[in-house]
Design a protein around this ligand. Structure first.
Ligand code: FPP
Length: 246
């Protein structure tokens, strides 16, 4: 499906961020180990990537593994690492053909060597693609991002009096991306969970009860429609004459 804008439609979000929550519950409902929920979650991600391309979304950022996910049982952590590694080799060519540029954000130090290499290869192989940038947040935390940006700014010798939002932004993991317009969290929880803390200052939030593996194109369209109804003022006020009585 191709999304075509008419005169009356508000522009679609340029950048969507998603917390893909609910994989474990999806598996539990089917009496399956949690791993199978994550596996179905990868399929949902591939569907949503295509749907975002069809809707002319420019960047999609997904939370694949948080700085805190190491607290999960070791078999789930190693299962997730293996699954992601398998997904990279299975889908890399397809993502390339779809025009997807893959970028990884997060602390790569603690990630197994094999996966680090696979991420590097995926980034290099897709660096020239232009249709959609897929930012995969892996071993990522919003607080980690702010701290690593401060560290880099200090290492770069930025004087304290010159440090402002724009300057610090140059060191953030998502410096190549505009701030997300729309933040979607599936799975029914209503929290940020240390995702893009710096970048979501003026992002519109949509929370869905849908479990991530079930998230469909229709759910994405509902989230985009909700976004298009929002009145974004970025801390300012509406233009004169456009104010309605409450
Ligand atoms: C949260 O659901 C989901 C995760 C921690 C993992 C999400 C990862 C993927 C979908 C794989 C991404 C793959 C690539 C290649 C980027 P949960 O386990 O917390 O679910 P629950 O809340 O129902 O327990």
């Amino acid at each position: 499906m191709t999304f075509e804008m008419t005169d009356t439609q508000v522009a679609p979000p340029r950048h969507i961020a998603i917390v893909m929550d609910g994989n474990g519950r999806w598996a539990k409902k089917r009496f399956l180990p949690r791993f199978f929920g994550h596996k179905a979650g990868v399929d949902a991600l591939v569907r949503v990537v295509q749907a975002c391309i069809d809707r002319q979304v420019e960047q999609l950022t997904v939370f694949a593994f948080s700085s805190e996910n190491w607290k999960r049982p070791s078999d789930e952590v190693s299962g997730l690492m293996g699954l992601v590694l398998a997904a990279v080799s299975r889908y890399l060519a397809r993502m390339g053909a779809m025009g997807v540029q893959i970028r990884i954000i997060g602390d790569r130090e603690a990630v197994p060597e094999k996966l680090r290499k696979a991420w590097n290869e995926a980034e290099q192989a897709t660096a020239h693609n232009q249709r959609l940038i897929l930012n995969v947040a892996f071993n990522y935390g919003g607080r980690w991002d702010i701290v690593q940006a401060c560290r880099k700014a200090i290492e770069a010798g930025v004087p304290a009096q010159e440090l402002n939002e724009a300057r610090l932004g140059e060191f953030m993991a998502m410096r190549h991306a505009p701030d997300p317009d729309l933040f979607i969290r599936t799975g029914g929880e209503v929290r940020i969970s240390n995702f893009l803390l710096w970048q979501v200052a003026y992002t519109e939030f949509v929370f869905s009860d849908c479990l991530w593996p079930d998230f469909s194109e229709a759910d994405l369209d509902r989230a985009i429609a909700a976004f298009q109804e929002r009145d974004r003022r970025f801390g300012g006020v509406k233009a004169a004459g456009a104010v309605s009585a409450c």
